[in-house]
Design a protein around this ligand. Sequence first.
Ligand code: SF4
Length: 430
Amino acid sequence: MTNRYYLWTVGCQMNKADSEKLAAGFERMGLKATDRIERADIVVLNTCSVRQHAEDRAYSKLGRIRDLKRTKPDMKVVVMGCMVGLKTDDLEKRFPQVDVFARPQQFAPIIELIDGPAEDLGGEFWPTTYAIPEGPTAYVPVVHGCNKFCTYCIVPYRRGREKSRAMDEIVREVAYLTAQGVREVTLLGQTVEAYGHDLAEQPDLGDLMRELSALDRLERIRFLTSYPKDMTHRILSAVAELPKVMECFSLPVQAGSDAVLESMRRGYTRQEFVDKIAEVRRLMPGAGITTDIIVGYPGETEADFEATVDLLEELRFDKVHVAAYSPRPGTIAWRKMPDDVPADVKAARLHRIEEVEARIAEEINQHYVGTVQEILIEGVRKEQPFGRTRTGKLVHLDAPARIGSLVDVTIGHAGAFSLRGAVEDSLALV
Ligand code: SF4
C-alpha cells in the first residue's frame, strides 16, 4: 500500500508548479508527504535538464535510491520532468531502480503506478486538481511547451509544442486559489506571451489578464518568462493599463552580439531587443526588467562578449541571471557546434557579468531609498517579514507585518540584491 510520498524538485517555476499539482493530487488520494526519503512508499524526482549541474544532482539522488531499494524493494520510484524524453530505453538501462519515467506534466502513469483513479486526470493540465497554496502567492501554468527551438535549449524536445489552457479553466483555478488566501498569481509559460494562439478564439495574454483582473480577491498578477518576439504592443498595453498586473518583466536577451544571437536562433537582433525594452519603458517608466545571459556560447569571441557587457551597461537591467554555456545532448548546438570556449574563459566572463550587474543593480536600487513602495507580505524569514515591490524587488521589513497584507513601505536601505524598509500603515502590523 502506498501511504507516504517523497517529492524532490529542481529547475524552473514550471517544474515547481508541476510538483505542487502532483502533491495536491497525491494528498487528495490520501497520501501524506514525508521529507525522509527512506520512509517513503513512492519517491518522485522532478528533474531539470537545462544545465549539467541539475542533471548531476538527480544522478546523485538516483545512486542513493539504488542503495535504498536493496533494503526496501517495494518502494516505487518515478523520474519525471525534463530529463525524460520521448524515448526512455537508455534511461531504463541506466537506472533499473526506476519504475516509471514520466515526461513533464505526464501525470497519468504516476497515478497508475499507485493505483489511483484513472478518471481523475483529463490531460496534461490535470484540470480537476489544483495545487494547494502555501502562502499568498501561487504559480499558475497557462501555456506549456515551446515552439522556438533556440539552438542550445532542450525545453522544446522535452516539454513539446506550445499548448494553451482554456481561459475559463484558468479563471476557475485562480478563483479557487484566491478563496484559499492567495493574493498574487504568477502566470507561467516558457514563452508566456505565446498564450492563446492555439485556442479557437485566439485570446492573448492581455485578454487573460483582463479576465483575471475582474476577480475581487486577487490583488496582483505577474507573468513569466517573456519572449521578445511574442511580446506584442497589445499585450504590453494591457500590462500598462491593468492596475493589478505588475510592471515587472523577465525578458531573456542571452547575448548582446548579433552574430551570437543569430547563431542561437533567438529570432531577433540586438537593435530589435533594445527597441522592445524602449517600448516597455515608454509605456511603464520604472518597470522592473530582469534578463538572462549565456556566456561562452560556441564561437563567442572576446568582441562578442564585450558587446554583451556593453548591452548590460546600455539597458541597465534590475537583475541578470548569468550561466556558462554547457552543451545539452539532443540540442542543435550539441549536434552541430563545438563547445570551443575554454572553461576558464567562460568562468572569467561569468564573473565579469556578475560584477557589472551587481554594480548596476545597486545603483538602480539606491533610487528606491526614500520612496514609498507597495509590498505584498509573502512570508517571514529569520523573524523578518519580506515581500516584493510591484517591480519585483525583494524587500525585508524592520517590524512584524501580517502575511498576505498589502502595505506601503518606506524604503530606508538598498543593496544590490534587496531593499529594507518600514511599514507606513500601522494596521498591517501584527
Ligand atoms: S524560447 Fe528558446 S530558450 Fe526559451 S524555452 Fe523556447 S527554445 Fe528554450
